[in-house]
Design a protein around this ligand. Structure first.
Ligand SMILES: NC(=O)c1ccc[n+]([C@@H]2O[C@H](COP(=O)([O-])OP(=O)(O)OC[C@H]3O[C@@H](n4cnc5c(N)ncnc54)[C@H](OP(=O)(O)O)[C@@H]3O)[C@@H](O)[C@H]2O)c1
Length: 255
């Protein structure tokens, strides 16, 4: 008898959790990816890829695959998937845990302006020409197309196709983790005067924030969207403990 786990991934934490669970005989672990990244990092457990098709289909997946535990380890900005996970778990009675890394907090020397969305960040660039570093997903760049007066340095995992219809944009494709020294060099080399970032939390993409602090640059920091109120932990270790508890309680009940 094994405990079946579905991890909703797309984050470093999801991969690390899967790594830690991959060799367990008492668990059958599947990792779910949205399928957005062209060449995803290799995963240590079987992967299913692509959207489920909404809450009802996710609920059906959980039932059909006899999933016992659902771990929502999606990115803090993947709010729709988190909502769907909460609703499907409630509908099916599957145990749910959210693994959410803490948000970054401003420290001395940071010059953050918090905004509610990427569109708000774009609007906050203002009239005068800025040289902005956009560390945003490919799908989120549209609001900046309406602001062709600025110069953009855009870093994303996959190429931005088609490129933005603005005259001054430079693209860097790279996958984190990034280093502070390298990000300081990157921002200086492109004479960046402002950084736009989502408050992702975690270490892999923090370098640009530390680099902005080092260079005294302002940051437009996009606040996290609201997430459902479900049992949540902040670390992979805590998610492992939750998994142990789930597996042990099923074993005790002989199911
Ligand atoms: N948003 C970010 O800034 C960000 C950054 C890094 C990584 N990611 C990762 O990229 C993926 C997509 O993010 P998003 O912001 O576009 O999500 P989202 O807006 O919350 O989700 C949109 C839809 O994509 C599908 N989806 C999302 N995550 C999925 C997963 N792990 N497995 C299967 N389907 C998934 C679901 O489709 P259906 O409704 O059809 O089921 C969901 O309704 C997530 O896995 C997330 O962890 C996101």
């Amino acid at each position: 008898m094994t405990t079946r786990l579905l991890i909703l991934g797309g984050t470093t934490e999801a991969r690390r959790l899967a790594e830690r669970l991959a060799d367990r005989d008492d668990l059958t672990v599947t990792l779910s990816l949205a399928g957005r990244t062209l060449d995803p990092v290799k995963m240590p457990v079987p992967v299913r890829s692509g959207g489920f098709g909404g809450v009802a289909r996710l609920a059906a997946y959980l039932t059909e695959n006899a999933v016992d535990g659902l771990i929502d380890a999606t990115h803090p900005f993947a709010a729709q998937m988190s909502r769907h996970a909460a609703e499907a778990a409630a509908a099916t009675g599957v145990s749910l845990l959210a693994l959410r890394r803490p948000a970054w907090e401003a420290v001395e020397g940071d010059r953050w302006t918090e905004v509610g969305s990427v569109a708000e960040a774009a609007a906050a660039l203002g009239e005068g020409r800025r040289r902005a570093f956009l560390a945003l997903g490919r799908q989120e760049l549209a609001p900046f197309e309406a602001l062709p007066q600025h110069a953009y340095l855009i870093r994303s995992v996959d190429p931005v196709e088609p490129p933005l219809a603005v005259p001054d944009a430079v693209y860097v494709t790279a996958r984190g983790p990034f280093g502070v020294e390298a990000d300081v060099r990157l921002l200086a080399e492109h004479r960046i005067d402002l950084v736009v970032s989502k408050n992702a939390g975690g270490e892999a993409s923090y370098a640009k924030i530390a680099a902005a602090r080092r260079l005294g640059l302002p940051v437009l920091m996009v606040r996290r969207p609201a997430v459902p109120d479900v049992p949540a932990v902040a670390t992979v270790e805590e998610a492992l403990a939750w998994t142990d508890h789930l597996a042990a309680s099923r074993a005790k009940r002989g199911v």
